[in-house]
Write a protein that binds this ligand. Structure first.
Ligand code: ADP
Length: 160
């Protein structure tokens, strides 16, 4: 069974993340979405909230997807899970530089774990969780970018 890890902040999950996960599932039997919980990063949602949202949004794939949170190094976590590959999404050239460095650093740490990159559908190639939060802060329309339950969660959180 081919297992991959899809790591990220997912703060919150967007249609861009969902698109990448679906593409990865065409190649791998199982996908473990690892939500990185970094206390130093100022996140909008807690790790638990992000896990619940991702599970709900991806529920039609629940037989092939697991969602966990982690504060461990991705590459160590990948090995511990027994996965062989790390999935990442590429939006633009700007993502490449960072991913290039991470992939090589990961190889030094765990030489047998490889990374695979997918590109989203054109319509999500500009989309990030940060953009979504920015639009939300100006009360902009969120439905083109995130599923309805995520939209509701953002509005609720921002109105607190
Ligand atoms: P990180 O905080 O590690 O950047 P993110 O939650 O922003 O994590 O994203 C996780 C992964 O999903 C990254 O590889 C990122 O490039 C990818 N990703 C996020 N949004 C998109 C998108 N719209 N198109 C393609 N890849 C995306």
């Amino acid at each position: 069974m081919k297992v991959a890890v899809y790591p990220g902040s997912f703060d919150p999950i967007t249609y861009g993340h969902i698109d990448i996960a679906k593409r990865a599932l065409k190649v791998f039997d199982r996908l473990v979405i690892v939500i990185s919980v970094n206390k130093a990063k100022n996140s909008l949602f807690t790790g638990e909230e992000r896990v619940e949202m991702v599970k709900e949004v991806m529920k039609e794939y629940k037989d092939n997807i697991e969602v966990i949170q982690s504060d461990d190094l991705t590459v160590k976590q990948t090995k511990a899970i027994g996965a062989t590959h790390i999935i990442r999404g590429l939006r633009a050239v700007t993502d490449f530089e960072y991913e290039f460095q991470m992939t090589h650093a990961n190889r030094v740490l765990e030489s047998e774990i490889d990374s695979i990159f997918f590109m989203t559908d054109n319509k999500y190639s500009f989309l990030s969780s940060t953009t979504v939060k920015e639009i939300a802060s100006f009360r902009g329309e969120l439905s083109p970018f995130v599923p309805e339950l995520v939209e509701k969660a953002i509005i609720k959180k921002m109105n607190k």
